[in-house]
Design a protein around this ligand. Structure first.
Ligand code: HEM
Length: 222
Protein backbone atom coordinates (compact mmCIF):
# COMPACT_ATOMS: atom_id res chain seq x y z
CA UNK A 1 0.00 0.00 0.00
CA UNK A 2 2.82 2.39 0.75
CA UNK A 3 3.43 4.77 -2.09
CA UNK A 4 -0.06 4.32 -3.51
CA UNK A 5 -0.73 8.04 -3.60
CA UNK A 6 2.87 9.10 -4.07
CA UNK A 7 3.45 7.40 -7.42
CA UNK A 8 3.19 9.82 -10.28
CA UNK A 9 0.59 7.78 -12.16
CA UNK A 10 -1.68 7.40 -9.10
CA UNK A 11 -1.54 11.15 -8.56
CA UNK A 12 -2.39 11.75 -12.19
CA UNK A 13 -5.42 9.47 -11.90
CA UNK A 14 -6.57 11.42 -8.83
CA UNK A 15 -6.05 14.68 -10.78
CA UNK A 16 -8.03 13.30 -13.72
CA UNK A 17 -10.97 12.04 -11.63
CA UNK A 18 -11.24 15.17 -9.46
CA UNK A 19 -10.78 17.32 -12.60
CA UNK A 20 -13.62 15.57 -14.46
CA UNK A 21 -15.80 16.04 -11.38
CA UNK A 22 -14.99 19.80 -11.29
CA UNK A 23 -15.68 20.07 -15.03
CA UNK A 24 -19.08 18.51 -14.38
CA UNK A 25 -19.73 21.04 -11.59
CA UNK A 26 -18.72 23.85 -13.94
CA UNK A 27 -21.28 22.70 -16.53
CA UNK A 28 -24.19 22.71 -14.08
CA UNK A 29 -22.98 26.03 -12.61
CA UNK A 30 -23.05 27.50 -16.10
CA UNK A 31 -26.55 26.18 -16.84
CA UNK A 32 -27.87 27.82 -13.65
CA UNK A 33 -26.00 31.10 -14.26
CA UNK A 34 -27.03 31.53 -17.89
CA UNK A 35 -30.64 31.73 -16.68
CA UNK A 36 -29.64 35.02 -14.99
CA UNK A 37 -29.44 36.40 -18.56
CA UNK A 38 -32.39 34.69 -20.22
CA UNK A 39 -34.89 34.06 -17.39
CA UNK A 40 -34.27 35.95 -14.10
CA UNK A 41 -37.20 34.26 -12.32
CA UNK A 42 -35.81 30.82 -13.13
CA UNK A 43 -32.40 31.99 -11.89
CA UNK A 44 -34.00 33.06 -8.60
CA UNK A 45 -35.85 29.81 -8.04
CA UNK A 46 -32.94 27.53 -9.04
CA UNK A 47 -30.50 29.54 -6.88
CA UNK A 48 -32.91 29.35 -3.96
CA UNK A 49 -33.24 25.59 -4.43
CA UNK A 50 -29.45 25.16 -4.50
CA UNK A 51 -29.04 27.41 -1.47
CA UNK A 52 -31.63 25.71 0.76
CA UNK A 53 -31.89 22.09 -0.34
CA UNK A 54 -30.29 20.01 2.48
CA UNK A 55 -28.87 17.45 0.04
CA UNK A 56 -27.08 20.21 -1.91
CA UNK A 57 -25.96 22.09 1.18
CA UNK A 58 -24.81 19.25 3.43
CA UNK A 59 -23.76 16.59 0.94
CA UNK A 60 -22.92 18.03 -2.50
CA UNK A 61 -21.32 21.23 -1.22
CA UNK A 62 -18.82 19.43 1.09
CA UNK A 63 -18.05 16.98 -1.77
CA UNK A 64 -17.37 19.96 -4.06
CA UNK A 65 -15.06 21.59 -1.51
CA UNK A 66 -13.24 18.25 -1.06
CA UNK A 67 -12.92 17.97 -4.86
CA UNK A 68 -11.31 21.42 -5.12
CA UNK A 69 -8.92 20.72 -2.21
CA UNK A 70 -7.86 17.30 -3.57
CA UNK A 71 -7.33 18.65 -7.09
CA UNK A 72 -5.28 21.57 -5.75
CA UNK A 73 -3.19 19.52 -3.29
CA UNK A 74 -2.41 16.79 -5.84
CA UNK A 75 -1.59 19.42 -8.47
CA UNK A 76 1.00 21.00 -6.19
CA UNK A 77 2.41 17.57 -5.26
CA UNK A 78 2.69 16.56 -8.93
CA UNK A 79 4.35 19.85 -9.83
CA UNK A 80 6.99 19.41 -7.11
CA UNK A 81 7.52 15.78 -8.15
CA UNK A 82 7.87 16.72 -11.83
CA UNK A 83 10.24 19.60 -11.13
CA UNK A 84 12.51 17.25 -9.15
CA UNK A 85 12.32 14.57 -11.84
CA UNK A 86 12.94 17.08 -14.62
CA UNK A 87 16.43 18.08 -13.44
CA UNK A 88 17.47 14.47 -13.85
CA UNK A 89 15.39 13.14 -16.71
CA UNK A 90 14.76 16.05 -19.02
CA UNK A 91 18.38 16.98 -19.71
CA UNK A 92 17.24 17.65 -23.24
CA UNK A 93 14.16 19.60 -22.20
CA UNK A 94 13.59 22.21 -24.84
CA UNK A 95 10.41 23.94 -23.81
CA UNK A 96 7.93 24.06 -26.65
CA UNK A 97 9.91 21.44 -28.55
CA UNK A 98 8.73 18.83 -26.05
CA UNK A 99 5.33 20.07 -24.91
CA UNK A 100 2.90 22.90 -25.57
CA UNK A 101 2.96 26.09 -23.49
CA UNK A 102 -0.43 25.21 -22.06
CA UNK A 103 0.55 21.74 -20.86
CA UNK A 104 3.83 23.02 -19.37
CA UNK A 105 2.08 25.77 -17.46
CA UNK A 106 -0.89 23.98 -15.91
CA UNK A 107 0.37 24.99 -12.47
CA UNK A 108 0.30 28.69 -13.44
CA UNK A 109 -3.17 28.65 -15.04
CA UNK A 110 -4.34 26.47 -12.12
CA UNK A 111 -3.09 28.94 -9.53
CA UNK A 112 -4.79 31.81 -11.37
CA UNK A 113 -8.09 29.87 -11.32
CA UNK A 114 -7.55 29.23 -7.60
CA UNK A 115 -6.94 32.95 -6.97
CA UNK A 116 -10.12 33.68 -8.94
CA UNK A 117 -12.00 31.17 -6.75
CA UNK A 118 -10.78 33.05 -3.66
CA UNK A 119 -12.24 36.30 -5.02
CA UNK A 120 -15.40 34.54 -6.23
CA UNK A 121 -16.04 32.90 -2.84
CA UNK A 122 -15.51 36.30 -1.20
CA UNK A 123 -17.98 37.86 -3.65
CA UNK A 124 -20.78 35.30 -3.45
CA UNK A 125 -20.30 32.37 -1.13
CA UNK A 126 -19.10 34.11 2.06
CA UNK A 127 -21.90 36.66 1.69
CA UNK A 128 -24.36 33.80 1.26
CA UNK A 129 -23.11 31.87 4.30
CA UNK A 130 -23.23 35.02 6.45
CA UNK A 131 -26.73 35.89 5.18
CA UNK A 132 -28.11 32.45 6.00
CA UNK A 133 -26.17 31.10 8.94
CA UNK A 134 -24.72 34.09 10.83
CA UNK A 135 -27.26 36.87 10.31
CA UNK A 136 -29.99 34.20 10.11
CA UNK A 137 -32.07 36.25 7.67
CA UNK A 138 -35.43 34.81 6.62
CA UNK A 139 -35.62 33.03 3.27
CA UNK A 140 -36.11 35.36 0.32
CA UNK A 141 -36.36 33.45 -2.97
CA UNK A 142 -36.32 36.64 -5.06
CA UNK A 143 -33.02 38.26 -4.05
CA UNK A 144 -30.46 36.29 -6.11
CA UNK A 145 -30.87 37.96 -9.49
CA UNK A 146 -30.31 41.49 -8.17
CA UNK A 147 -27.42 40.44 -5.94
CA UNK A 148 -25.68 38.75 -8.88
CA UNK A 149 -26.17 41.58 -11.39
CA UNK A 150 -24.93 44.16 -8.84
CA UNK A 151 -21.65 42.28 -8.47
CA UNK A 152 -20.78 43.09 -12.09
CA UNK A 153 -21.35 46.85 -11.81
CA UNK A 154 -17.65 47.67 -11.22
CA UNK A 155 -15.64 47.44 -14.45
CA UNK A 156 -12.56 46.21 -12.60
CA UNK A 157 -14.34 43.14 -11.18
CA UNK A 158 -15.80 42.32 -14.60
CA UNK A 159 -12.34 42.55 -16.20
CA UNK A 160 -10.76 40.34 -13.51
CA UNK A 161 -13.54 37.76 -13.95
CA UNK A 162 -13.26 37.73 -17.76
CA UNK A 163 -9.44 37.49 -17.67
CA UNK A 164 -9.72 34.57 -15.23
CA UNK A 165 -12.17 32.81 -17.54
CA UNK A 166 -9.55 33.13 -20.31
CA UNK A 167 -6.99 31.31 -18.17
CA UNK A 168 -9.62 28.79 -17.09
CA UNK A 169 -10.13 27.99 -20.79
CA UNK A 170 -6.39 27.35 -21.22
CA UNK A 171 -6.37 25.15 -18.11
CA UNK A 172 -9.33 23.12 -19.35
CA UNK A 173 -7.99 22.87 -22.92
CA UNK A 174 -5.15 20.68 -21.70
CA UNK A 175 -6.67 19.28 -18.49
CA UNK A 176 -10.01 18.01 -19.74
CA UNK A 177 -8.52 16.37 -22.84
CA UNK A 178 -5.61 14.74 -21.02
CA UNK A 179 -7.83 13.41 -18.22
CA UNK A 180 -9.26 10.85 -20.66
CA UNK A 181 -5.77 9.85 -21.75
CA UNK A 182 -4.70 9.42 -18.13
CA UNK A 183 -7.71 7.16 -17.56
CA UNK A 184 -6.45 5.05 -20.45
CA UNK A 185 -9.55 5.64 -22.56
CA UNK A 186 -8.45 4.88 -26.07
CA UNK A 187 -11.09 3.59 -28.45
CA UNK A 188 -12.89 4.58 -31.63
CA UNK A 189 -14.66 7.38 -29.77
CA UNK A 190 -11.40 9.03 -28.63
CA UNK A 191 -11.19 11.61 -31.47
CA UNK A 192 -14.81 12.62 -30.81
CA UNK A 193 -14.12 12.86 -27.07
CA UNK A 194 -11.06 15.04 -27.75
CA UNK A 195 -13.13 17.34 -29.95
CA UNK A 196 -15.87 17.55 -27.33
CA UNK A 197 -13.37 18.45 -24.57
CA UNK A 198 -11.90 21.25 -26.72
CA UNK A 199 -15.35 22.71 -27.49
CA UNK A 200 -16.31 22.49 -23.80
CA UNK A 201 -13.00 24.01 -22.65
CA UNK A 202 -13.53 27.08 -24.81
CA UNK A 203 -17.33 27.27 -24.85
CA UNK A 204 -18.06 27.19 -21.11
CA UNK A 205 -15.55 29.93 -20.08
CA UNK A 206 -16.71 31.98 -23.09
CA UNK A 207 -20.28 31.58 -21.83
CA UNK A 208 -19.28 32.69 -18.31
CA UNK A 209 -17.53 35.73 -19.85
CA UNK A 210 -20.69 36.54 -21.77
CA UNK A 211 -22.73 36.45 -18.51
CA UNK A 212 -20.29 38.78 -16.71
CA UNK A 213 -20.12 41.27 -19.61
CA UNK A 214 -23.88 41.15 -20.17
CA UNK A 215 -24.61 42.05 -16.53
CA UNK A 216 -21.96 44.76 -16.57
CA UNK A 217 -23.61 46.36 -19.60
CA UNK A 218 -27.16 45.93 -18.27
CA UNK A 219 -27.10 47.16 -14.66
CA UNK A 220 -30.26 47.25 -12.56
CA UNK A 221 -31.65 50.79 -12.47
CA UNK A 222 -33.73 51.64 -9.42
C1 HEM B 1 -20.12 34.91 -14.61
C2 HEM B 1 -19.67 33.83 -14.02
C3 HEM B 1 -20.14 33.32 -12.67
C4 HEM B 1 -21.20 33.73 -11.89
C5 HEM B 1 -22.24 34.82 -12.19
C6 HEM B 1 -21.19 32.90 -10.70
C7 HEM B 1 -22.11 33.01 -9.66
C8 HEM B 1 -22.11 32.26 -8.51
C9 HEM B 1 -23.11 32.33 -7.49
C10 HEM B 1 -24.34 33.26 -7.50
C11 HEM B 1 -22.77 31.44 -6.52
C12 HEM B 1 -23.65 31.12 -5.31
C13 HEM B 1 -23.08 31.05 -3.99
C14 HEM B 1 -24.12 30.42 -3.06
O1 HEM B 1 -25.28 30.75 -3.18
O2 HEM B 1 -23.73 29.57 -2.24
C15 HEM B 1 -21.53 30.79 -6.94
C16 HEM B 1 -20.85 29.81 -6.24
C17 HEM B 1 -19.71 29.15 -6.68
N1 HEM B 1 -19.05 29.36 -7.88
FE1 HEM B 1 -19.61 30.66 -9.32
N2 HEM B 1 -20.14 32.01 -10.78
C18 HEM B 1 -19.46 32.23 -11.97
C19 HEM B 1 -18.34 31.54 -12.44
C20 HEM B 1 -17.68 30.53 -11.75
C21 HEM B 1 -16.52 29.81 -12.24
C22 HEM B 1 -15.86 30.02 -13.60
C23 HEM B 1 -16.17 28.91 -11.25
C24 HEM B 1 -15.04 27.93 -11.22
C25 HEM B 1 -13.89 28.10 -11.81
C26 HEM B 1 -17.10 29.08 -10.17
C27 HEM B 1 -17.06 28.36 -8.99
C28 HEM B 1 -17.98 28.49 -7.95
C29 HEM B 1 -17.93 27.69 -6.74
C30 HEM B 1 -16.90 26.60 -6.41
C31 HEM B 1 -19.02 28.10 -5.94
C32 HEM B 1 -19.44 27.56 -4.58
C33 HEM B 1 -20.54 26.59 -4.76
C34 HEM B 1 -21.16 26.28 -3.45
O3 HEM B 1 -20.65 25.39 -2.79
O4 HEM B 1 -22.14 26.93 -3.11
N3 HEM B 1 -18.01 30.06 -10.50
N4 HEM B 1 -21.15 31.31 -8.17
Amino acid sequence: MSGLLTSSIARKVVMALSGIFLVFFLGQHFVINITSVIAPNTFNSWSHFMGYNPLVQYLLQPILIAGVVVHFAMGIALEIQNTRARTVKYAKYKGSANASWISRNMIITGLVVLAFLGLHMYDFWIHEMAYKYIEANPEDPTRYYEETVEKFEPLVRTVIYVASFGLLALHLLHGFASSFQTMGINNKYSPAIQTFTKIYAIGIPLGFAFIAIYHHLNPITH
